[in-house]
Design a protein around this ligand. Structure first.
Ligand code: R5P
Length: 291
């Protein structure tokens, strides 16, 4: 199998390849003067199975297009079955759009997709889709860093209850799951009510995405207001757009753990409150079965 580093996921792909002892291929990107993208692969692939790792992170629309064009370039270079791993699948926060990207990937020549924790389920009967989750990474980190004494898991909104219940059960906590009712208007979130007791407890908020930071930071403020002893947060996808970093730094969150589904920017790596853990091992495990 050949592994190709998508333009947005070069560090992650190289880490996967190091663990698998494979030399990655890199797609070359050029732009026409009007911004049109040209992707090329210089190697001849002779029917080899290929794994392309390409996060659909910011700039989202450019990365969608680059990913499609890389698949097409792989086909032209003679690739066999192409598996596209999209560590961060954009457009899954919109009803109706979540399934669109895999359809496009298939049209470009992909055989199957691997995605990690899409916000909404991706329903697509045309192309096989494997969904992975970072939950085990979070469980290991929580156990190693916090233990389970006096700990509560908090869902920052009703949509996150199922995900948080899973974490809560796996940790075997004696406390009840806490969840929050929130109202959102653009990037302003207001907590309506906290369901559950957080007084004197160490709270861990678990969410799939942190984008503007409004959800997590307003939840953390409300938890602190109810007497929480400390607030920590775990989010799979660190989108961290706009002023999210400042918001997190100024918030009641003591530590935010994210993964590298989105290649972390330097300012994210430098942020005192943020720790990035890697999905490399998860991808390596699932890459081994690809042929
Ligand atoms: C919403 O339902 C998601 O699970 C996240 O809570 C949301 O996308 C986070 O966005 P932001 O950081 O902008 O509040």
């Amino acid at each position: 199998m050949e592994i190709i580093a998508g333009s947005s996921s070069i560090t992650l792909t190289h880490a996967v390849c190091r663990m698998l002892n494979i030399e990655p291929l890199t797609a070359l990107c050029r732009r026409f003067s009007d911004g049109e993208i040209l992707m090329t692969i210089s190697e001849k692939l002779n029917g080899d199975a290929c794994l392309l790792i390409h996060s659909l992170s910011e700039p989202v629309n450019d990365n969608v297009m680059m990913c499609l064009l890389t698949i097409s370039a792989l086909k032209r270079s003679g690739a066999g079955k192409i598996t596209v791993c999209l560590p961060y699948l954009a457009y899954t926060r919109q009803d109706g759009a979540a399934s669109l990207i895999p359809v496009l990937m298939q049209a470009a020549g992909a055989y199957q997709c691997i995605i990690i924790e899409p916000h909404l389920p991706v329903v697509n009967s045309m192309i096989p889709i494997t969904v992975l989750t970072a939950t085990q990474l979070f469980l290991d980190h929580i156990n190693a860093t916090h233990g389970v004494d006096n700990l509560v898991i908090v869902a920052p909104d009703r949509g996150g209850v199922e995900r948080c219940m899973h974490v809560h059960e796996k940790l075997g906590l004696k406390t009840d799951l806490v969840y929050i009712d929130k109202i959102r208007q653009d990037s302003i979130c207001s907590v309506q009510i906290i369901h559950g007791d957080v007084h004197g407890k160490r709270c861990i908020i678990v969410d799939d995405i942190i984008d503007t930071g409004a959800t997590l930071c307003s939840a953390a403020r409300a938890l602190a207001g109810q007497g929480a002893a400390a607030v920590y947060a775990y989010c799979t996808h660190g989108v961290l757009s706009g002023s999210a970093l400042d918001r997190v730094q100024d918030s009641w969150i003591e530590k935010l753990v994210i993964t590298d589904t989105i290649s972390p920017r330097q300012d994210v790596l430098n942020a005192a409150k943020i720790e990035v853990i890697s999905i490399t091992g998860l991808l390596v495990k699932h890459s081994r079965g690809i042929s």
